[in-house]
Design a protein around this ligand. Structure first.
Ligand code: FAD
Length: 342
């Protein structure tokens, strides 16, 4: 176990915000994590605890006056092979995209559309990451976790995780209570590409790939290229990807919006609700490419807020609040941050 006191968090958040943690603890086994929790509890230490992954969905609003936990466990192993499916247990500390590449190299399929999403495997089960028509929940069978109060191991079925759009029980009633240590995935031995989302099919054609003979690596490469063209690289321009979730609006609200803005993009969720891209709402308010101090809105995608250099977490929050207020004033729609404010 590696413990760093007064640790800089700049390298631990993709916004590149300068903040410090009172203590940063990197554990390399479940037993080490359990021992740390039990010692803390025996010493009556009730200071705050926060488990992070790669920090690609965090906004530090100031220094963290507690202990930050991080897993350095790096193991992938097959627990079963049954018919069309392989069951694989993956430790939380593995980089998500390294896991996607590993799965494709092993001829285990399903994760291709989730290529290049930043962060680690543990957070994928907290956030229910998603892109291009796939979500982590489509492949997660269950999650192993350690109770941060007692050190006990718990197993959560996917049903108990209550997955929804970028959402899970770990963001609500289980928030802050568990360290996810392993995620169990069910992947397929057969490659069944999902190409119906956005411009994916067209992007595949443009690259000269044959849809009927498409390989998993070609699909991955296409997704990576699209993402690189659309999203800023955090090492060059600090950001946390989509800052807001896309709002689900009542159909009556949507119909009024569409009457005034016939070009509004949308996705039907069900009979009552329609999903409207938050990026479009922000762009209509004139924020694309604009800045408030050192916090900006990315000029190629209005859903992405960026650190223009030296911004604090509070600068980014101020921009977020101004955008929310403008969207509410113009459209009567509330947009909610996807990013976790710490
Ligand atoms: C350029 C860019 C593009 C992005 N694109 C996408 C995208 O297409 N789709 C998408 O869904 N997201 C996207 N994101 C957001 C981000 O990649 C995901 O939210 C990712 O899951 C965060 O992983 P992380 O390891 O960095 O988690 P962190 O940001 O460190 O943590 C996120 C949350 O998970 C909790 N957490 C992390 N690890 C654990 C653990 N082991 N146990 C318990 N709790 C834990 C944290 O406490 C926090 O609440 C993007 C981000 C960036 C910077």
């Amino acid at each position: 176990m590696k413990i760093t006191e007064n640790c800089s968090l700049k390298e631990h958040n993709t916004f590149g915000i300068e903040a410090k943690a009172h203590k940063f603890v990197e554990y390399s086994s479940v037993e080490e994590l359990q021992a740390f929790i039990r010692q803390r509890s025996a010493a009556g230490d009730s200071s705050p605890l926060l488990h992070i992954g790669g920090g690609s969905n965090l906004l530090f609003l100031g220094d963290y006056e507690g202990t930050i936990l991080h897993s350095s466990m790096q193991e992938i192993y097959v627990t079963a092979n049954e018919g069309d499916y392989v069951y694989v247990r993956v430790t939380a500390g593995i980089t998500w995209d390294a896991w996607v590449q590993y799965a494709i190299d092993s001829n285990w399929f399903g994760l291709e559309n989730l290529s290049l999403i930043p962060g680690e495997v543990g957070a994928s089960a907290v956030q229910n990451i998603g892109a291009y028509g796939s979500e982590a929940k489509d492949f997660i069978i269950f999650v192993d976790a350690v109770d941060l109060e007692t050190g006990e191991i718990r197993h959560f079925t996917a049903e108990e995780c209550r997955y929804g759009y970028r959402d899970s029980a770990f963001k609500h009633e289980l928030r802050g209570r568990y360290a996810v240590t392993h995620v169990h995935f069910r992947l397929s031995h057969a490659f069944r590409p999902i190409l119906d989302y956005g411009g994916l099919r067209r992007a595949i054609e443009e690259r000269g790939f044959d849809e009927t003979n498409l390989t998993p690596q070609q699909l991955r490469q296409t997704i990576i290229e699209i993402r690189r063209a659309k999203l800023p690289e955090p090492s060059e321009l600090g950001n946390a990807g989509s800052f807001f979730t896309n709002p689900f609006v009542a159909r009556e609200v949507f119909e009024k919006l569409a009457a005034e803005n016939p070009s509004v993009p949308h996705y039907d969720v069900d009979a009552e609700r329609v999903k409207v891209p938050a990026g479009w709402l922000i762009e209509q308010c004139g924020w694309k490419g604009k800045a408030l101090g050192k916090a900006g809105v990315y000029d190629r995608q209005a859903l992405v807020l960026v650190n223009l250099g030296g911004a604090t977490g509070k600068d980014i929050k101020a921009l977020c609040e101004q955008i929310q207020a403008d969207v509410r004033a113009k459209f009567g729609i509330n947009i909610t941050p996807e990013v976790n404010f710490i």
